[in-house]
Design a protein around this ligand. Sequence first.
Ligand SMILES: [Fe+2]
Ligand SMILES: [Fe+2]
Length: 335
Amino acid sequence: MSNGGQSSNKSFESFPDTEMTEVTKDFFFEGMVLPVPVYLKMTAGTYLIIGKKGDKAAFSNLHAYNNPNVRVFVQKLDQSVLVAYVTQLTSKIVNQKSVPENTKLKFISSLTADAMESLAKSNFTSISKIQKVSQLVQQMSQNMSGMDQLLIILADLQPVESKHAMTTCLVSLLLSEEMHMNQTAVQEKLVMGALLHDVGMKYVPTAILDKPRHLWTPEELQSYEQHPLKGADMLREIKEIPQDVLLIIAEHHENAISTGFPKRMRDVKISPLARIVSLANCFANLLFGSLAQSKCYTPDEAILYIDEIQGQPYNKQAFLALKNIINKKHLADKA
Ligand SMILES: [Fe+2]
Ligand SMILES: [Fe+2]
């Protein structure tokens, strides 16, 4: 638990069980300011306070909180306050009427500029192709239904996360162009899905993300592997976000050889757009680093890595398109 950055002592409190009510752990995410005190039930009538009103939630490092058998409670008289608060947090995303046009454009332009610069430096493809897909994203940000909600969510991410979202988005669009999947409706869904693909990461406790992956317990791995489904669930209520976009988010770690997660789906079962974003996500991570690996690969090294280390688990057409883009760049450089 955090108390304005200072840890407070564990304290047990006694309450008649009839005065307490269980609440779902899904209500809480790391860093949210708690509107009411939150408890874990120890034994009948005994509760451990894990966060006081006004504390920032930091439950992930609490062993007991991560135990699926340990349940979270609030006082019954506080339940409606907690529910109203969580609803309000969600509605900030769902009901935001509009974002001023110039704010939208400024925000999306800075994001695309940053991602464009990194992609150009990587020498992945020609500047003109990168500019073309960046402009597409900027145009869509002005016209597309649901874009306001999307921008609000993106604005709430850490800079490193929004940059990853945008590089994954631009790579996805480059792949779709190479695969001749350049219908506006398709590319709009691709943009939205790629930009939102990792929103579920906010439900993965920072204590897990800060830890090297080889030290993760099976439970911690499972918590991480749920982020695609958590992300899709989080956005399900937003009517402007189409089903195909939710599928991209839910399936962006699935792969063609059924070794992905969380559902270990087969290629034919994975939605066509998720097949593209899944590869784009991996490629962006290899090029620019990720939580799992700090090394940045060149495009050729990334292809080799996917082929030889990962055993090319992605959709064949998407992977072929990626190789074609890189080969065309090599040919253009030689010419
Ligand atoms: Fe992810
Ligand atoms: Fe990602």
